[in-house]
Design a protein around this ligand. Sequence first.
Ligand code: CO
Length: 134
Amino acid sequence: MIGRLNHVAIAVKDIAKATAIYRDTLGAKVTPATPQPEHGVTVVFVELPNTKIEFLEPLGENSPIAKFVEKNPDGGIHHVCYEVDDIIAARDQLKAQGARVLGDGNPKIGAHGKPVLFLHPKDFLGTLTELEQV
Ligand code: CO
């Protein structure tokens, strides 16, 4: 079902500082910071030859990652994202196997403008798992 690793997301308190570490210390290619008020985050992508790293910084009062960043003030891995061909088929198959889909169970448009879903971390090795249809 799952295909390529699309990205690993790291939640951070200061996205400018995070970007500088990857750009200047690690020499990676980074995108400009993009506020996504509808998701409550500001996002930067680090573009690696084989995958991406997504930095997430809380944005606004009710950011879904605010608590995570509070608990992980140095930053921390927030989720992994795998590509699927058909997100509805993947969702239905996972639900039939007892996996929990977060939210109302319907795909939302994610940071790349493509449909995404999140799976409950308790069903996937303690790791919040995103599926993205590519
Ligand atoms: Co993501």
